[in-house]
Design a protein around this ligand. Structure first.
Ligand code: CMP
Length: 138
């Protein structure tokens, strides 16, 4: 059993897609063991995406992620990191496979509806950034 971290991004919450995205996650065999709707502060977004600080899209990414509410989640399942990345689809929705969340819902490479951890190590760090143990109920 593995855990991963997920964000339903502002483009998706704005279009009322939380339930549809959650259904796709659950249908993929992932269990939502923690979830909360928050509005990320500028400091949160800058720290969370710190690894991208030098990238040309960093400022736009921080503006976008603070532009509206997000839903942060902990997902659990066998191979949860890989399972979630498979159901999410490629970062750029133009490259994403049919039936994935990003192919179905994403508007652009920035407004791409969901984030998911890229490794179990980063999942642990990202989960800790937003959740305490008592908020995670498996
Ligand atoms: P995410 O998985 O949340 O991690 C970093 C985010 O940066 C990524 O999804 C994209 O939404 C966003 N982003 C914006 N522009 C780019 C780009 N040119 N290349 C990669 N990621 C980008």
């Amino acid at each position: 059993m593995q855990r991963t971290f997920s964000i339903i991004k502002p483009d998706a919450t704005r279009r009322n897609l939380t339930g549809k995205i959650n259904a796709m996650l659950e249908d993929a065999g992932l269990r939502i063991v923690a979830q909360k709707r928050i509005h990320m502060s500028q400091a949160d977004a800058e720290a969370f995406y710190g690894v991208h600080k030098e990238r040309p899209f960093f400022n736009d990414l921080v503006s976008f992620m603070t532009s509206g509410p997000v839903v942060v989640q902990v997902l659990e399942g066998d191979d949860a990191v890989l399972k979630n990345r498979t159901v999410m689809g490629a970062t750029n929705p133009e490259d994403a496979d049919e039936g994935t969340i990003r192919k179905t819902f994403a508007e652009s490479i920035e407004a791409n509806s969901v984030h998911g951890s890229d490794s179990p190590e980063n999942a642990e760090i990202e989960i800790r950034f937003f959740f305490s143990d008592r908020e995670i109920v498996g």
